[in-house]
Ligand binder design. Structure first.
Ligand code: PLP
Length: 475
């Protein structure tokens, strides 16, 4: 067999691998060190940049140094700085570098965690992470779940598990109850699962943006009378708009009485259960049939890390398990899960390691203390906002989001929206913090969401200063 053409250039030598990692590491270290000085966002000219980056499939390569420079000088800076301390937009997280080191290890070792048989130790580590989360949420010992790419996929698999458990094959009468503040991924999950959009009932919320339990009960009764099949109730443990936490215990009671699957979307807020102060607000979480969590938010991990926890693993398996002749034997032992039987995915990366490594290195203590700090920073920001003449707090913080707007006498909603858009643009132009807005009913509101492990008092103070300055410019 000698003389066959072979190309070994993709098999990096030890030295070549070391040099490549070192070259990347050098730039990463400089990048992280300069994060506080980088703008909170810079996307001006982004379309031109995107066009200029386009290339044809190259036949031959370019030096790594040149490619890394392209990434770090041109590609990465032109963005929302989602890793930086000034990112107070949408829902931040930051991206722990330890998790990226874990990704390097899982990528290079390339172990297969879709089935237990292929990598029992790696699967055990990931199963342990799921178990930690279940215990944290207060689910029973035999609960389980999977790590997902994020809250959207967690909500999707939960919805499909509920459908499979409670509805017949012809499920088009099945109705779903969410609040008018629910994340749009629930409606998207319903759509992907084959439900008509009209089957998702968006139930009214109170002045604190919590779903009205009485309105849920009424909607269910109305639907039953009309021959519909209510099957799923989704509670919010921290809405994306304002961080509102529904009365999770009351919703659990409704779900039980009405024989519905009870899912809690805790993608943003779930990890606040780690804090003494917010555990009480999340009471009832432990009564859920399923829970969506986003470690890439409240545990500060890089994007692509979600979790779905389920009380009854068999329900998740029933909705996702299929077999084939070319697959290895599947496990019955609950301690040896085949993740592919619990998830839409088969082949995928070893997500568990990126959660396991940082938590194992530090313990959960620093995570809890960081979340406590974010609560304090949000409360502090809210008090500062209240002291600025003309500022109205539209949503008091329940977790780590505050929503507010500037008011001026005599302005109607349209004019107020324009005024606040202008204010938001002025604050963001200073680029020390980056904020986003939302609509709360008919009110345009600016949000501050503090959730990055890199955000501390100095940056929140800078954001309040920039708000004061921008408001004084508007007068
Ligand atoms: C972020 C978020 C989602 C969606 O999660 P992804 O990880 O972005 O897919 C769902 N629900 C809530 C409450 C969220 O904050």
């Amino acid at each position: 067999m000698s003389g066959l053409p072979e190309d070994r250039s993709l098999e990096l030598s030890g030295d070549a691998l070391r040099d490549l990692v070192a070259a990347a590491t050098e730039r990463l270290v400089a990048h992280v060190a300069s994060l506080p000085a980088q703008p909170a966002a810079d996307t001006a000219g982004g379309t031109d940049l995107a066009r200029s980056l386009r290339t044809d499939l190259p036949e031959t390569g370019r030096p790594a140094e040149e490619l890394l420079d392209l990434l770090f000088t041109r590609v990465i800076p032109k963005s929302f700085n989602t890793a930086g301390p000034g990112y107070l937009a949408y829902i931040p997280g930051g991206g722990l570098p330890h998790a990226a080191v874990a990704d390097l290890i899982s990528g290079i070792t390339n172990r297969y965690v879709g089935v237990f048989a292929a990598a029992p130790g790696a699967v055990a580590i990931e199963a342990d992470v799921v178990r930690w989360f279940c215990a944290m949420a207060g689910l029973p010992r035999d609960a389980g779940g999977v790590l997902t790419s994020g809250g959207s996929l967690s909500n999707f698999s939960a919805l499909v598990a509920a459908r499979r458990r409670l509805l017949p094959e012809n499920f088009l009468d099945g109705t779903i109850y969410v609040s008018d503040q629910a994340h749009y991924s629930v409606a998207k999950a319903a759509m992907l699962a084959g439900f008509p959009e009209r089957n998702v009932r968006k139930i009214a919320t109170d002045a604190a943006f919590r779903v009205r339990a009485d309105a849920i009960v009424e909607a269910i009764a109305r639907d039953r009378a009309a021959g519909k099949r209510p099957f799923l109730l989704v509670g919010n443990a921290g809405t994306t708009n304002t961080g509102a936490v529904d009365d999770l215990d009351a919703l659990a009671g409704i779900a039980r009485r009405e024989s519905l699957w009870y899912h809690v979307d805790a993608a943003y807020g779930g990890f606040f259960v780690l804090t003494e102060r917010r555990r009480k607000a999340l009471a009832g979480l432990e009564r859920a049939d399923s829970i969506a969590l986003d470690p890439h938010k409240g545990l500060f991990l890089p994007y692509g890390t979600g979790a779905l926890l389920v009380r009854d693993v068999a329900a998740l398996r029933a909705a996702h398990a299929v077999t084939a002749d070319y697959m290895p034997p599947m496990q019955d032992d609950p301690d040896c899960p085949d993740f592919s039987q619990l998830s839409p995915e088969l082949s995928r990366g070893w997500r568990g390691l990126r959660v396991w490594l940082p938590i194992s290195m530090h313990g959960i203590g620093p995570f809890r203390r960081n979340l406590d700090e974010k609560i304090d920073l949000t409360l502090w920001a809210t008090e500062e906002l209240r002291r600025i003449p003309g500022v109205e707090i539209v949503a008091e913080p329940q977790l780590s989001i505050v929503a507010f707007r500037l008011r001026r006498p005599g302005l109607d909603e349209k004019a107020l929206t324009a005024l606040n858009r202008d204010l938001l643009a002025r604050v963001n132009a200073r680029a020390r913090v980056h904020l986003t807005s939302t609509m709360l009913g008919d009110r345009f509101a600016i949000r501050i969401c503090v959730l990055s492990f890199r955000t501390h008092a100095d940056r929140v103070r800078a954001g309040i200063e920039d708000l004061r300055t921008a408001i004084s410019e508007l007068i």
